[in-house]
Every structure is written in C-alpha cells, then in structure tokens.
Design a protein around this ligand. Structure first.
Ligand code: NAI
Ligand code: MG
Length: 346
C-alpha cells in the first residue's frame, strides 16, 4: 500500500518460547496487518553455550531499530547462573530503558477464577511495575565469599527520575483509580521518595481515586476483593510478585501478558509472563494464550486497535468453549489451541 513497513523483531528464545511464539506469529499473520517480521531465532541458550554471547551488538541494533519486539521466554536448565538471562532480557530492558512493565489482568471466564465469592471475581486491572531500578538493578557485592564470614549486599535503587516517570505513567493510563504499593514503613529512604512523589502526583489528579497500601496489606486486599483495583503501581520487586498473584486470579500463568515499554519513545518489548517451562517443553501442550495476547498488546500499541480487540474476543470465546490447553481444563495441544483462536478471527 506504499506505506513504510512496520518491522517487528521476534526473539522466540528457549523451551516453550518458540512453541508459543509460533502461535502468536501465525495469529498476527491471520490478521493481515502487513507487518515485516525480523526473526532472531539464534538468540537462545544454545548460542550462549557455544559462543558465550547470546545477544550480540548487531542483534541489539536490529531490536533497537525495529518498531516493537515480541519475545517468547529465555532460560535453559543447561545454563547455570543468571548471566545468560541478564545478557538477553535484562540487557534489553535496561539498555533500551524500557522503564514500564505493564501487566494487565482481566478474568477470562468465571471457571478460571480461584475466588469462591462470585461477586469478587471480575478482575480487570493493570499492574505497572518499575522495570529499571529497585532491587533488580544489580548494585551490590560480596565480601569474604565462601567463608563463614561471607557478607552480601543487594542495594535497592530508587531515583527521583525513575520513581516520577513510573508514577506518572500509572496515572496516564488509569480509568478509575491508582493504588501505590510500597513498604515505606520499613524501607525508609526509598519509601520517603516514593511517598513524596506519590502525594504530589495524586494532588495533580483530583478526578482519580487514589490510595496507598503497604505490600503485605496489598496482597491480602487483592485476594479479598481484587475487583476494587484499577491501576496498581509498585517498584520492581513488589510489582513482580503482585503481578504473578494477579495472573493467577485472572486465569493462570499461561494466559498472562506483559509489555516492557519506554513511555517516552513508545518502544515496546512484549512477552508472556511465563518462562520457558522446561517440564513441558517439546510436549506440544504449552498454552499459547499468553504469547498471543502479548502480540495483541503489541499491535494495539502500534494503532491496530480493532484487530487487537478481535484477538481478545476470539481468545475469550475459545476459553468459553473450552477449546484450550490442559492447564485451562481443555484437551487441545498448543497448535490446535492457537488454531481455535484463529478460527474465531475468520
Ligand atoms: P515457568 O513460567 O517456566 O514455569 C512455571 C510452571 O508453569 C511450570 O510448571 C510450567 O509448566 C507452567 N507453565 C508456564 N508457562 C506455561 C504455559 N504457557 N502453558 C502451560 N503451562 C505453563 O517458570 P520457572 O519454572 O520458574 O522457570 C523456567 C525457566 O524459565 C527458567 O530458566 C527461568 O529463568 C525462565 N524464565 C524466563 C522468563 C522470561 O523469559 N521472561 C520468566 C520466568 C522464568
Ligand atoms: Mg516474575
């Protein structure tokens, strides 16, 4: 149509990553959006074991210059330690400054909720997790390693720059309310920074309901009545934990999606929340919904709103008809479950 092509870099990764990413790509293909796919299927544990480098500078440039990235999952039981995952996923998050981790949770079907009280099941919420600092920044060290006097330190990094932009992003997407979760009663200095900026930002948004919870109270309230929440904003570690809880309340790990976004440039890396599931890799039973809905988020942010809505609707009806993988109570394999969703698009 004479337009400049939208390029999507794809990193399928390891384990079930390639299996579920393939389903997501077939689904995008069925939508006929004219996307140009740049496949980086050599970025995986095999390459890391062979060369010591999974993501080269040239790979990084392909990602950086594309419009968005779709990632499966990285991690392999053959690779010890955390350097490999750092080399790929954390490098992309940090070096592309993808400071928002956007994790929506919306209950797909009543059947999938673990909550007994029917009136409290309609989960529809987004966790906004700070993605570039906090406890996961890698600041710290070890003294007297492997002696009885070993001392380790992992520092929690909070900057005004980092806190303000994530809180502002949370307000920018809220429809009803924003809840800020921290542990400022125990983690004092960072806590004060979060609290101060939070109050300032809340003052600028009088039309939105705002609340604050300590993280221990937050998990309790989330299980008690998750329907009360719209947007929850938290630091890197609390956001990580809260989003797994929400994923389970909304339908399970196999369905959960996330977007790593730079709120200023709009660049995004989209991935299912689950990992590489070595226990089921290669068996053809991985749930493709997390990957397919991550692809839907990706196209939505590129402006294909109707196509994204169609994918979500199709996922919901596949779930309602139990045309799903065993983790959701169905009997289909990965390919057939993906096919059931694509059939709904035609
Ligand atoms: P995991 O998410 O891979 O698996 C946890 C459990 O959920 C397993 O029992 C698995 O079979 C099940 N599961 C996960 N995804 C599923 C799906 N799509 N359909 C059906 N069942 C599914 O987490 P785990 O076991 O802690 O980690 C395994 C590997 O994945 C590790 O190497 C880890 O580092 C890596 N990992 C990578 C992530 C990423 O790339 N973003 C995120 C989390 C873990
Ligand atoms: Mg996690």
């Amino acid at each position: 149509r004479g337009e400049i092509l939208t390029t999507i870099t794809v990193i399928p990764g390891d384990g079930i990553g390639p299996e579920v990413t393939d389903q997501a790509l077939r689904t995008l293909d069925a939508l006929d959006l004219g996307l140009d796919i740049d496949m980086l299927d050599h970025v995986n544990a095999g390459t890391y074991l062979e060369t010591g480098e999974a993501l080269t500078d040239a790979d990084f440039e392909r990602v950086r210059t594309s419009d968005s990235t779709l990632l499966g999952a990285v991690g392999d039981p053959r690779v010890a330690g955390t350097d490999y995952a750092r080399d790929v996923l954390l490098r992309l998050r940090f070096d592309l400054d993808l400071y928002v981790n956007y994790r929506p949770a919306k209950l797909f079907h009543d059947r999938l909720s673990p909550l007994r009280d029917e009136t409290r099941r309609a989960v529809d919420c987004v966790i906004v997790r700070e993605n570039t600092e906090g406890l996961y920044a890698g600041m710290g060290g070890v003294l007297r390693k492997q002696t009885p006097f070993e001392m380790t330190m992992d520092a929690e990094i909070n900057t005004h720059h980092g806190v303000s932009r994530i809180v502002d992003f949370a307000f920018s997407i809220a429809r009803r309310s924003v809840c800020m979760v921290d542990k400022s009663n125990a983690v004092k200095f960072g806590g004060q920074l979060w609290q101060r900026y939070w109050r300032e930002a809340a003052g600028r948004h009088p039309r939105l309901e705002t609340s604050h919870l300590y993280v221990d109270a937050a998990v309790m309230k989330l299980v008690e009545d998750p329907t009360r929440f719209d947007v929850i904003v938290a630091n890197n570690s609390y956001g990580d934990i809260l989003s797994d809880l929400m994923a389970e309340l909304a339908g399970g790990l196999g369905t959960a999606t996330s977007a790593n976004i730079n709120g200023d440039t709009g660049f995004g890396l989209f991935e299912p929340v689950h990992g590489t599931a070595p226990d089921i890799a290669g068996k053809g039973i991985a749930n493709p919904i997390g990957a397919i809905l991550s692809a839907a988020l990706l196209i939505e942010r590129l402006g294909h709103t109707a196509a994204a809505a169609a994918v979500r609707e199709s996922v919901n009806s596949a779930i309602a008809q139990r045309r799903v993988t065993p983790d959701l109570g169905g009997e289909l394999g990965t390919v057939d479950a993906g096919e059931a969703i694509r059939a709904g698009l035609r």
